[in-house]
Design a binder for this molecule. Structure first.
Ligand SMILES: [Fe+2]
Length: 390
């Protein structure tokens, strides 16, 4: 038995006007200071004001929010007792909103207890809305929550299936001002979600559709959105692609680029999208070399996107070539070395990188599961920018 879940998705020009239709009295907005400064929260609160919904802003969310920050959010939301919790921002703000709404319902718990083990029933108190301001994480359409434990700098993969937002609002005005670097980094995250979700061993025909379209639209529109942020068609298509990619991997699973990229992000602080995008072509090559099944899936993607035709292997390799070409076009690092990590730093980190990757479920939802030795080789090849030949 499989399930496919996603929020009510309100999208397109003026999508924020949906806020005037919601039922409720008080909204608790979870965001960061920069989003407030950019005036993006005001676009939301103006709509709430127009229909007399009270609101309070909690703007303390930092990238990869810490347990301490979520604890502060728990106290603030507990005092306010809203009937809506609205996350506005990138993945960190949306993830934080998911954790905070759980703790509104279960103030007896600590933030690191926001997991599938507990029951929250938070909808008896409030509903959850996600309004993304970046196009990549897909957090608006997944239940995953990533927090950081500052005591040992550990990233915690949390969340409960209850945490799927009730509503996601995709309004192009919210992403129009995204800086090029964030457009590029988060766009690579979307591409990685689409390709890995499509090829996942947990993927089905239900998740394949969103994965196909997300891959095609990302190849077509990410370079445009990166080079010309005012291209609103490109902004809109990338926003849709990111959500579709979230629907794809959120209902299947990501893969090796995420397990290796997550490890790099945790130990050497490379931003998430940049890290997973960096490992994507290497891990794709690794799967092509050992799995006809995944090769065939990559070939389907390549044909659908109009990249290549012909035999599976050639098509799959052409897809890898296209990923590298896109990365180059949007100024992403093509190797770990390019990402500014010194050989010394990296060599010291490798045992930890391997150990972390082996602790990620995403290492095991692919058709060729690497062990310690192969992971070590993948990390080494990716440092030098060498194609995977094993
Ligand atoms: Fe991701």
């Amino acid at each position: 038995m499989w399930t496919f879940s996603c929020p009510l998705i309100v999208y397109g020009d003026h999508a924020l006007e949906y806020l005037a239709q919601i039922q409720g009295n008080k909204a608790f907005i979870v965001t960061d200071k920069n989003i407030v400064k950019l005036g993006l929260t005001k676009l939301v609160t103006d709509q709430l004001d127009a229909v007399n919904i009270q609101w309070e802003i909690f703007d303390a969310i930092e990238p990869e929010p810490s347990l301490d920050t979520i604890n502060k959010g728990k106290i603030a939301v507990g005092k306010y007792q809203p009937d809506w919790v609205i996350g506005i921002g990138g993945g960190s703000c949306l993830d934080a909103a998911k954790a905070i709404i759980c703790l509104l319902a279960r103030p007896d718990l600590e933030p690191d207890a926001v997991s599938v083990i507990e029951t929250f029933n938070f909808r008896e108190k409030a509903r959850l809305m996600a309004i993304p301001t970046t196009s990549g994480t897909g957090s608006e359409t997944t239940w995953a929550v990533v927090l950081t434990d500052p005591r040992d700098d550990r990233k915690l993969g949390l969340g409960t299936t209850e945490d799927m937002p009730d509503v996601a609002i995709l309004d192009p005005v919210m992403v129009a001002g995204m800086p090029p670097q964030i457009t590029s980094d988060t766009g690579m995250d979307a591409l990685t979600h689409a390709i890995e979700g499509y090829a996942s061993t947990w993927g089905t025909s239900m998740t394949a559709g969103p994965g196909l379209i997300a891959t095609r639209q990302t190849f077509a529109y990410l370079p445009k959105a990166y080079k010309n942020g005012d291209d609103l068609e490109a902004r809109q298509e990338m926003m849709y692609a990111a959500t579709l990619a979230g629907m794809c991997f959120g209902n299947s699973m990501a893969g090796l680029a995420h397990s290796t990229g997550h490890s790099l992000g945790a130990l050497l602080h490379t931003p998430h999208g940049r890290a997973v995008g960096l490992f994507l072509p290497y891990t794709m090559e690794y799967l092509i070399n050992g799995s006809e099944e995944t090769t065939a899936k990559y070939a389907e993607l390549a044909r659908f996107c109009g990249i290549a035709s012909g035999a599976d292997k050639e098509c799959a390799q052409a897809l890898v070539g296209k990923v590298r070409a896109l990365a180059k076009e949007i100024d992403q690092p093509l190797s770990v070395q390019d990402a500014g990590i010194t050989q010394e730093q990296y060599e010291e980190a490798i045992p930890g990188l391997i150990e972390r990757a082996l602790n990620e479920v995403m290492t095991f939802t692919v058709t060729r599961v690497p062990g310690v030795e192969d992971l070590g080789k993948i990390f080494n090849y990716a440092y030098e920018g060498k194609s995977i030949d094993f």
